[in-house]
Write a protein that binds this ligand. Structure first.
Ligand code: CMC
Length: 439
């Protein structure tokens, strides 16, 4: 990568079949260089081919920054290590959504907005009844978040007249209600009665209360638990153009509303290669614990190209060093286990797997390190979250990032409908033979 502040040429030359064209160069704050191919097809009739969009910058964004070579993640320029040590998830969310950290007064006002918006419409509770018992909470959550649009009259009325007000109000609504809906999707799947949110509790404690309280026995988590969940949410809050965030932007580019767009993001997040990996990690550790494989055998299987198996919670498209979120979560994991005096054989297995992988040439050569999902599942398990809710927690955490990205797209005068192309490799023009009628 070009060094920051090093002057770079303003154009790049692409030569093909004896013809050259100049491509404008786009330079980011930290020196990333991109070649602007947006007019390539119009000028040459040719496309760029980039499966998985691994080399494609789909937008310019000022929300979060990742330096994968050096294991750096910043939200609005602030390193996550600093931010998570001094600010809670809600302040982090406000930073992402509004572009700056809140003043004391803004924080108080937003807290009140969250409280006002925490309850869902009574009629929405009936939607939960239409899901079968044990329905997956991610399916319920995405459906419910999409349905929220039908209840937000303000958004529907105001988006054209006062978009800033409409979007900010919807943002508070989503930030607050995603927590209620997430807790209720768990209770619906378990056949348990719904708990009203408690306005006296902090964001994470309120969520845990709605998850675990019983009609005559309120669950109020210990501080350590609240803090651990708060850290998990903060570290998941945004992560530039990942699968779910780009999904939100793609759906939003068709001018679909904010609720529909983030609901699509929830669906993308569900996949085991993305947010679903935290569940896959626990499945893998449990299977080792049950005696399926030893940690060493598991490593060997992950390296075997004849096996589809991968070491879940390892590797990342962008990080080629230890994921900075995983580093913070590993420390948090040790703290939670020590303070709560809990023991979990899965933690020992995870530590062993990490130790083996980090000295194995296969993982070293491919720069595969633990990612955010490796330790988050173990912490969530220790604080009592059922496994099928892990990705739901990720979705609550990612909500401010999705909102910020949708808002950025909405306010971008140059944004266009996302409409990629393909290289067709199917049959050439084929003579159509009508089927002969049976006699
Ligand atoms: N275990 C074993 N081998 C791996 C792994 C792994 N977890 N990850 C990558 N590789 C190998 C892969 O087989 C390939 O080897 P080769 O060059 O010999 O063919 C090489 O490393 C490059 O892999 P890739 O699939 O081209 O890399 P990618 O950037 O497309 O995939 C990934 C990134 C995260 C999908 C992948 O590392 C993976 O499947 N990891 C396990 C799932 C996981 O933990 N996902 C959570 C990602 S972090 C949460 C988030 O931000 O969404």
């Amino acid at each position: 990568m070009e060094k920051k502040n090093t002057p770079v040429p303003q154009t790049a030359t692409l030569t093909y079949n004896g013809r050259s064209i100049e491509l404008p160069v786009v330079v980011g704050t930290e020196g990333e260089v991109g070649f602007d191919v947006s007019n390539l097809y119009a000028k040459t009739g040719h496309l760029v081919y980039d499966p998985g969009m691994a080399n494609t910058a789909v937008c310019k964004s000022d929300i979060s920054y990742i330096d994968g070579e050096n294991g750096i993640l910043r939200y609005r320029g602030i390193p996550i290590e600093k931010l998570s040590a001094t600010h809670d998830f809600i302040e982090t969310a406000m930073l992402l959504m509004n572009g700056k950290l809140p003043t004391v007064e803004e924080r108080l006002n937003f807290g009140m907005l969250l409280t006002e918006n925490a309850n869902i419409h009574e009629s929405m509770k009936h939607h939960f009844d239409s899901f079968p018992p044990k329905a997956h909470p991610m399916a319920i959550l995405s459906a419910m978040v999409n349905s929220l649009f039908c209840y937000d009259r303000q958004f529907q009325r105001m988006i054209d007249k006062d978009p800033t007000l409409a979007i900010d109000t919807a943002a508070a609504n989503l930030m607050s209600k995603v927590r209620t809906l997430a807790a209720y999707s768990h209770r619906a799947a378990q056949g348990l009665p719904y708990m009203f949110p408690d306005p006296s509790l902090r964001y994470c404690s309120n969520f845990l209360h709605m998850m675990f309280s019983e009609p005559y026995r309120q669950y109020i988590p210990e501080n350590e638990i609240d803090e651990a969940l708060n850290l998990i949410l903060t570290l998941h809050a945004d992560h530039e153009q990942n699968c779910s965030t780009t999904t939100v932007r793609i759906v939003g580019s068709a001018q679909a509303n904010l609720y529909a767009s983030v609901s699509a993001g929830i669906c993308a997040l569900w996949g085991p290669l993305h947010g679903g990996a935290n569940v896959a990690v626990i499945d893998m550790l449990e299977s080792i614990h049950r005696g399926g494989l030893s940690p060493q055998e598991c490593i060997e299987k992950a390296k075997d190209k004849n096996e589809p198996f991968r070491l879940m919670g390892f590797g990342h498209r962008v990080y080629k060093k230890y994921d900075p979120r995983a580093r913070l979560l590993k420390t948090c994991c040790d703290r939670v286990f020590k303070r709560l005096k809990v023991q979990d054989p899965l933690l020992d297995i995870a530590r062993k797997l990490e130790e083996l992988a980090l000295k194995d040439s296969y993982f070293i050569e491919r720069k595969l390190y633990p990612n955010v999902d490796f330790y988050s599942g173990i912490i969530l398990r220790a604080i009592g979250i059922p496994t099928n809710m892990f990705t739901v927690i990720f979705a609550i955490g990612r909500m401010p990032g999705w909102i910020a990205q949708w808002k950025e797209l909405y306010n971008d005068q140059n944004s266009r409908l996302t409409r990629p192309r393909q290289i067709y490799i199917g049959a050439p023009l084929t003579q159509y033979q009508p089927l002969t009628k049976r006699k």
